[in-house]
Design a binder for this molecule. Structure first.
Ligand SMILES: C[S@@+](CC[C@H](N)C(=O)[O-])C[C@H]1O[C@@H](n2cnc3c(N)ncnc32)[C@H](O)[C@@H]1O
Length: 196
């Protein structure tokens, strides 16, 4: 679907829907960025630029992001075992992607892998939904303001069991993976955290 029409439709849906809504403002992050679970919209590629390394396990999601103008270095792989050496990146990001990595084991494994590919002083940034058991599917609508005025309207949803997540749980997993200095901002339906 034409991106302009899709954006108009999503914007109306975001405004009219009674589902949880998220408004997030993004700024370009400095250094070499690896965005994990990057497909769909490719928001971090659009935010941080074409040098961004974007990892996704699904070719379909990568193709979708590319077709929506997300220019980046796309890598098709499982984020639990990324084909990069250790200590390569300045920044790792998860933008509404941990919610798709259901189960504690999976989230834990991708956090450990994110820590491995980051430089020792590298930072992890994440934005994600606070998910309760109900309703099912759990859908959040997101309005993302990107650097340079562009806005993206989209929706992210997951269904089934073991999808619950909250900032406390994610922060605990990050600390267990070796991150420190959690700085978390919690909202009603979503949260953002930064770790070193
Ligand atoms: C819907 S996207 C999240 C939004 C995305 N960051 C964006 O900018 O629109 C979640 C992505 O995580 C990917 N994913 C799920 N499990 C993964 C894994 N183990 N490794 C890599 N990507 C994974 C999915 O294929 C999906 O494309």
């Amino acid at each position: 679907m034409n991106t302009v029409i899709k954006n108009l439709l999503m914007r109306s849906l975001v405004r009219l829907s009674r589902r949880p809504k998220v408004k997030v403002s993004l700024e370009r992050l400095e250094g070499l960025v690896v965005d994990i679970g990057a497909g769909g919209e490719g928001i971090m590629a659009k935010t941080c630029g074409k040098e961004t390394v974007c990892v996704d396990i699904s070719k379909r999601e990568i193709d979708e992001a590319r077709s929506r103008g997300a220019v980046a270095n796309w890598v098709l792989c499982d984020a639990r075992a990324m084909p990069f050496g250790s200590g390569l990146f300045d920044v790792a990001t998860f933008f509404f992607s941990l919610m798709y990595m259901k189960t504690l084991e999976r989230k834990h494994a991708v956090m450990i892998e994110a820590k491995r590919v980051l430089k020792p002083e590298g930072s992890l940034y994440l934005w994600d939904a606070i998910i309760r058991e109900k309703p099912d599917p759990y859908i959040v609508f997101v309005e993302a303001s990107l650097p340079g005025e562009e806005r993206v309207y989209t929706g992210y949803g997951v269904r089934g069991e073991k999808k619950e997540q909250a900032p406390e749980l994610i922060n605990q997993l990050a600390l267990e993976a070796g991150f420190r200095d959690a700085r978390t901002e919690s909202h009603e339906y979503w949260f953002t955290s930064r770790f070193q």
